[in-house]
Design a protein around this ligand. Structure first.
Ligand SMILES: [Ca+2]
Length: 291
């Protein structure tokens, strides 16, 4: 099956944790993520200076961007971009599908200074089907859009990375995977800053029906509670479905979701349907030419 990516990749470094080998004056490692070209990180003059961002989980990285400082830019020359997770590897700026949790820039050698203005790491958690889907919800609290639950940012540092409905009866959130998958598990991340009990009692539903906004599909699990900022995994045992819903039954409820991940595999029936669809298209084109 041809899989099309619908995702606009965000800079995962923005919700990571930075560090560097040493700080020159006030030029700390976080200055590479402040979005300003007028500020920069700066190590001491030392041997093998380095800068690092911890993405907090493994990402499949498409590309890395490094922005040099506008003055004294030679201080980044000779830098090596290094990526590792259990093993070491050296990458150019285009990283293909390398997987890693840490992105490191370092300059080998003595009497070196590492100084960089901005850094970006663009990718998604590997295997997460949700990032290619489309999200919607029953209502939207200002700015807390449904798609923020599939932006690969778990909202551990800022709740602006979370979706939320208004206070309503039976609030729901729906993910359209765009194809039928055999879902093995769903991972839900609760908000960290407050209100963690609002998630209690949420139902995870998976199926192919849009009836009642897909909230009549079979239940994979009911969430008793998820601690603040934690990600809990729910096994769905290979349930088939195109739609993954969360719904909280009851009045005066708010559904806030900082991230939802879906893991599984392509349903063989889906492959057959796509082959049949392509065969029908080929037949129609041939028929038009003939007539
Ligand atoms: Ca998010």
């Amino acid at each position: 099956m041809i899989k099309m990516s619908y995702l606009v990749l965000l800079n995962a470094a923005l919700w990571g944790k930075t560090s560097q080998s040493s700080n020159y004056l006030q030029s700390g490692p976080e200055l590479a993520l402040d979005g300003l070209l007028t500020s920069w990180t700066h190590t001491n003059n030392e041997t093998n200076p380095w800068w690092r961002v911890d993405l907090l989980k493994v990402y499949r990285v498409n590309r890395v961007t490094i922005t040099n400082r506008p003055s004294n830019g030679l201080r980044i020359n000779g830098a090596v971009i290094r990526y590792f997770f259990d093993y070491g590897a050296t990458a150019t700026f285009s990283c293909g599908a390398m997987e890693g949790r840490y992105m490191i820039v370092h300059i080998p050698g003595d009497k070196k200074i590492l100084s960089l203005s901005e850094a970006g790491v663009y990718g998604v958690p590997p295997g997460n089907l949700a990032v290619d889907g489309a999200a919607t919800q029953s209502s939207t609290f200002t700015g807390w859009f449904a798609e923020k639950a599939i932006d690969s940012n778990r909202g551990l540092q800022q709740n602006t990375a979370c979706s939320s409905t208004l206070n309503q009866t039976n609030p729901w959130w729906r993910l359209d995977l765009r194809h039928i998958y055999r879902v093995s598990r769903v991972v839900v991340t609760n908000r960290k800053d407050c209100c963690t009990e609002q998630m209690n009692g949420a139902e995870i539903r998976i199926g192919n029906s849009l009836e009642n906004n897909s909230n009549n599909n079979p239940i994979c699990a009911v969430i008793p509670a998820i601690p603040a900022g934690e990600s809990y995994s729910y096994s769905c045992g290979g349930m088939d479905g195109r739609y993954v819903n969360l719904i909280i039954p009851g009045d005066m409820k708010i559904l806030t979701l900082c991230e939802l991940e879906v893991y599984g595999e392509v349903n063989p029936l889906n492959v057959f349907v796509n082959i049949l669809r392509l065969a029908v298209i080929d037949f129609c084109i041939a028929f038009q030419r003939f007539t």
